[in-house]
Design a protein around this ligand. Structure first.
Ligand SMILES: Cc1cc2nc3c(=O)[nH]c(=O)nc-3n(C[C@H](O)[C@H](O)[C@H](O)COP(=O)(O)OP(=O)(O)OC[C@H]3O[C@@H](n4cnc5c(N)ncnc54)[C@H](O)[C@@H]3O)c2cc1C
Length: 296
């Protein structure tokens, strides 16, 4: 492994300044579950690793009770999300996604920010944050800016971040009543497996508990970046959600996907999984909504 110097800034500003000093010879590191593997394997050889883990506040997870907005610090680990009762009860799509990432060790170290910025099409953490209309806050040499999570990705391993920018947190707007959400990672094994396909569905229904007012169908490993099946979403919006309608949306989402053959699976299989699982996840969303309505 090529030796490197570990720098440990105390603030975001200090981290950005260190990057400015060392430029392309430096790399940010959060949990290190991607970076360290790449350095060890020789795919990456930075002279400096800028460790973000000691910066206070970046691992803060809280809901603003006044606005209902959820704030997830970029250094919040998958394990923190998995163990949060707030996430488990109010954001099941996040819980479903992070609780199946890697192993316990990977979830203890790996962060949601690293998962997004690593920008692989199979990033489990990206799908729920896109479905929930999340926004990423970026801080860099030119100041602060916000980007919708759905617009972060350019191609595999590339995001819209400019050199030196740091993802500091993701915000999720307040959830409207009668929202249900679910994610399934479909792979060949139950653990330590990147998904063959990842499917997240979020539905909001009207007071009649049937008419869909908002639909999000988000797919991982279905193209070069995580993507939304927008035509399938439009098929659901404004309609009473039935099993047949969800079957139609599943078919359309499979057509909209850009799946391909890879070492982990074939395109026809991925399409079949999208077709079947969009309906199943949609039905699970309705179950969640109905269960909450009965408890209210
Ligand atoms: C055995 C194993 C199993 C895995 N299983 C899964 C899985 O099932 N699903 C899945 O989605 N992933 C999986 N991963 C990948 C990885 O664990 C996750 O993507 C993890 O969330 C990465 O987070 P990290 O904090 O470790 O990132 P790091 O390795 O620290 O960084 C990843 C990249 O993001 C950049 N970066 C990190 N944080 C920031 C920030 N705040 N601002 C700007 N840039 C930043 C780094 O420079 C680097 O380019 C697995 C990895 C391993 C080793």
């Amino acid at each position: 492994m090529k030796p490197f110097t570990l720098l440990t800034p105390a603030t975001v500003e200090e981290a950005v300044a260190l990057f400015g000093q060392h430029k392309e010879t430096a790399r940010y590191m959060a949990g290190g579950t991607d970076v360290i593997v790449k350095v060890k394997e020789g795919w990456m050889g930075p002279d400096y690793l800028i460790n973000l883990k000691k910066i206070p506040g970046l691992n803060d997870l809280h809901k603003n009770e006044a606005t209902g907005e959820l704030s997830i610090g970029a250094l919040v680990t998958h394990a923190m999300l998995e163990q949060s009762l707030l996430i488990r009860n109010a954001y099941p799509i996040i819980y479903d996604a992070v609780s199946n990432i890697g192993s316990l060790q990977v979830r203890n170290m790996g962060t949601i920010g690293g998962n997004l910025i690593n920008a692989v099409p199979s990033a489990d953490g990206a799908i729920p944050l896109i479905a929930l209309d999340g926004t990423a806050l970026l801080v860099g040499p030119d100041g602060e800016r916000s980007v919708m999570v759905k617009d972060l990705f350019v191609k595999p391993y590339e995001t819209v971040l400019t050199p030196g920018e740091i993802l500091t947190r993701i915000t999720i707007p307040a959830q409207v009543p009668r929202t249900g959400s679910a994610y399934i990672k479909f792979g060949r094994r139950a653990a330590m497996e990147l998904p063959l396909i990842g499917i997240g569905v979020l539905l909001v229904v009207d007071e009649d508990l049937s008419t869909c007012t908002r639909a999000r169908i988000c797919l991982g490993v279905a193209g070069p970046t995580p993507l939304r099946a927008v035509k399938a979403e439009q098929m659901l919006e404004g309609q009473p959600v039935t099993s047949d309608l969800l079957t139609g949306a599943g078919k359309l989402a499979a057509e909209e996907s850009q799946v391909r053959d890879s070492v982990r699976g074939q395109a026809w299989h991925r399409k079949e999984m999208i077709r079947v699982q969009v309906r199943r996840m949609g039905l699970r969303c309705l179950d969640i909504i109905n269960q909450k309505a009965r408890q209210a």
